[in-house]
Design a binder for this molecule. Structure first.
Ligand code: B4P
Length: 190
């Protein structure tokens, strides 16, 4: 099985590159951001809870997102592998993910971290905010807070995978196709 964690700050291209990777490697995409947005759209209790955090650019509580992933892992049996997009975002989430995968006899193959300049992140997100209904992309203060939260709570998750020799950085600047090629090359070499 090929189980990839796609990592990086908001706007680094995780969602964008996940779409291409799932197609090439026939993997199951698990994006906590997408699942939470669907719940918000359907106005479920989970969505109403998540909205309060997402609107401010804060992280949704660990127990909530871990529960979502546990459910998804149970649903998607017999797949070739998973792409975890936007999860894990805290060390607790990373530890829980390992426990959940271990109990199924599988493990993370590799974490790939997309590296993108701060200015470019803000530009990409504001651009998407103009084209989509994502309110968290329409306010520069919220965007800056998401990046701050990433630097404070999420970046450290890289250490967890470095300690397991499963960590690679990828230059996330350039065209979508150029970055995709770098990701594929890294997977091949690994
Ligand atoms: P996410 O949905 O994960 O959103 P994101 O971090 O903004 O990244 P995304 O993957 O969507 O964007 P991408 O870089 O592909 O999270 C949203 C919120 O949900 C979080 O703030 C948090 O509140 C909550 N949440 C989610 N998971 C959680 C968890 N595990 N724990 C707690 N809370 C959680 O793309 C950005 C834009 O850049 C796009 O418009 C794209 O077209 C463009 N782009 C991409 N690559 C480009 C390139 N090479 N050149 C130019 N533009 C590019």
């Amino acid at each position: 099985m090929l189980n990839i964690v796609l990592f990086g700050p908001p706007g680094a291209g995780k969602g964008t590159q996940s779409e291409k990777l799932i197609e090439k490697y026939n993997l199951q995409h698990l994006s906590t951001g997408d699942i939470l947005r669907k719940a918000i759209q359907n106005q479920t209790p989970l969505g109403l809870e998540a909205k309060q955090f997402i609107d401010k650019g804060e992280l949704v509580p660990d127990e909530t997102v871990i529960g979502l992933i546990a459910k998804e892992l149970d649903i998607h049996k017999n797949v070739k592998g998973f792409i975890f997009d936007g999860f894990p975002r805290t060390t607790v989430q990373a530890q829980k993910l390992d426990e959940m995968l271990n109990s199924k006899g599988i493990s993370i193959t590799l974490m790939m971290a997309l590296e993108v300049d701060h200015k470019e992140l803000v530009k990409r997100l504001l651009n998407r905010g103009l084209l989509s209904a994502r309110t968290d992309d329409q306010n520069e203060t919220v965007i800056e807070n998401r990046i701050k939260v990433y630097n404070e709570y999420t970046q450290i998750v890289a250490e967890y995978y470095k300690a397991q020799n499963k960590f690679k950085t990828i230059d996330g600047m350039g065209s979508i196709d150029e970055i995709f090629e770098r990701l594929c090359k890294t997977i091949k070499e690994f």
